[in-house]
Design a protein around this ligand. Structure first.
Ligand code: SR1
Ligand code: MG
Length: 410
């Protein structure tokens, strides 16, 4: 019998014992240290390392409630989904996700490669660091994990068994509420609108019936379109990065959903980084240089995605009706429209809803934050309402730029 035969939420001392007893990684007499390093909304993340060697591991445990709030009671099964997804992605997108060493169903924890030589991308972007290989890496990750899990490529029965394995109702419900509902009507009174923007949000978002109708259509697409096995939370806090390497982590929201949910999340979070840089870099030349790099990255993410998608489509398509003339173009256009829509939804929900982003909340000057939020929300409405017009990276950038122009710097 071991105390790890029954689930309990571990503290650092327990994790040290767990690493010794359950992981075949450290020497028997190794001098181990453990630190809790997580700052996410849901789980507990520990780093365990041997003080006398370069061996280390990350142990991630799911609790029965979200870390951010007891209002979210969640099955620890999300840890299985995350572990299995990372194992699958390790095959589909080699080098772009961490290696899983062990998944422990009883303790609802997984042990994985330590990526301490990387940094969380959101933090690095807030420090205005550049990552010239990011667009290339993330588009390879997205095309490989998304296209290869669609009905276009997979045997339909095998795909359906993946759909079943990745049924993820509780975490989907979080996105249905926090992304597709609350930012547009505050029905649960959980929104956290920056007070100086409350009236503006009431007038320009909550009161916009046409916007709510489009969001309703998108919500039903999210609920029903089992298009590909998506990451489900692909923001810059779910990406570990260094100059020559990008690793996508945290796919616990994975399920069969619309491809644009992943691509749109990436674009929206690059826009948040842009808004932060625009508001906080005082030197004009430095600001133009850093914002310019982000603009180039936004355009490249879309355009590289399109190029790689078309090449991978030609090489991998198996479904006979996906080869019908014109279907490839129709399918890709629908992904680009969804990408635009989700860019708008993510921009809205991180500013209005309860799960906000530091890129915006850490802008120290109140007027600058008000302005950043307003141009993001103005762009968001265009991304949602005119989603079918988005065909190239330049289209996404044009909306950001024209929205910014509507709010001159004071
Ligand atoms: C209650 S969880 C809030 C948010 O954190 C996660 O990272 C997802 O983005 C979710 O919407
Ligand atoms: Mg996460």
């Amino acid at each position: 019998m071991s105390r790890f035969d029954t689930y309990f939420l571990m503290k650092t001392a327990d994790v040290l014992d767990y690493a010794r007893e359950r992981l075949d990684l450290f020497d028997k007499n190794a001098d181990l240290e453990c630190k809790e390093i997580g700052d996410g909304n849901l789980n507990y993340i520990f780093r365990v390392w041997d003080k006398n060697s370069d061996k280390s591991v990350i142990i991630k445990q799911a609790g029965n409630y979200a870390r951010i709030s007891d209002a979210f009671k969640l099955s620890p099964d999300r840890n299985r989904i995350e572990s299995e997804m990372l194992q699958l992605e390790y095959k589909l997108a080699p080098g772009l996700v961490p290696m899983i060493y062990k998944f422990d169903e009883v303790m609802a924890c997984c042990s994985m490669e330590d990526l301490s030589d990387h940094v969380i991308m959101r933090r690095a972007l807030i420090e205005h660091k550049k990552f010239p290989l990011f667009a290339d890496h993330i588009t390879t990750y997205m095309v490989n994990t998304l296209l290869m899990t669609t009905d276009v490529v997979m045997d339909h029965k095998e795909k359906k068994s993946l759909v079943t394995n990745y049924i993820n109702p509780e975490l989907c419900e979080i996105s249905e509420d926090l992304v597709y509902t609350e930012p547009f009507n505050d029905n649960k009174k959980r929104n956290l609108v920056f007070p100086p923007n409350l009236k503006w949000v009431e007038e320009n978002i909550y009161a916009d019936e046409a916007l709510r109708l489009e969001v309703a259509k998108l919500k039903f697409d999210f609920l029903t379109n089992a298009q590909a096995l998506i990451h489900g939370d692909l923001h810059t806090g779910s990406i570990f990065i260094k100059s020559d390497s990008t690793k996508v982590i945290d796919p616990e929201f994975a399920f069969y959903g619309p491809i644009g949910y992943d691509t749109g999340n990436v674009i929206a979070n690059l826009i948040f980084a842009w808004a932060n840089a625009d508001a906080t870099i005082s030197d004009t030349a430095e600001r133009a240089d850093y914002c310019g790099w982000l603009e180039k990255t936004i355009v490249e993410v879309i355009d590289m995605f399109i190029t790689k998608w078309k090449a991978a489509w030609k090489e991998n398509v198996t479904e006979v009706f996906a080869k019908v003339k014109g279907f490839d173009e129709w399918y890709l256009n629908s992904i680009l429209a969804d990408t635009a829509a989700v860019t708008g939804l993510e921009l809205s929900r991180r500013i209005i809803g309860m799960a906000q982003v530091k890129d915006i909340t850490t802008i120290p000057d109140q007027k600058a934050r008000v302005r950043a939020e307003r141009f993001c929300l103005t762009a968001a409405k265009d991304f949602i309402m005119k989603r079918s017009d988005y065909k190239y990276g330049a289209d996404f950038l044009k909306t950001l730029k024209s929205s910014v122009e509507k709010f001159p710097r004071s």
